[in-house]
Unconditional design. Structure first.
Length: 71
């Protein structure tokens, strides 16, 4: 742990590298979700479950969360 802190203090661009890794991971997650959702079988199962209904039910909670967070 101490060695990592020393390396971060010595290298000022360490946060740039961490940000790059984080954004790369987010891009891979989005790409993977797109691959899964492009499968016709998965789309059929999600249509049977009614994911649209779940998303519309969650929107008021998400709006409430953002209002509380902005306070």
């Amino acid at each position: 742990m101490a060695v990592e802190l020393m390396n971060q203090a010595a290298e000022p661009n360490g946060s740039d590298k961490d940000t790059l890794y984080m954004l790369g991971g987010v891009a891979l997650v989005i790409f993977g979700a797109g691959l899964v959702l492009s499968n016709p079988t998965v789309r059929r199962y999600l249509g049977q479950i009614g994911v649209g209904n779940l998303a519309s039910a969650a929107i008021p909670d998400i709006e409430r969360y953002f209002r509380l967070r902005s306070m």
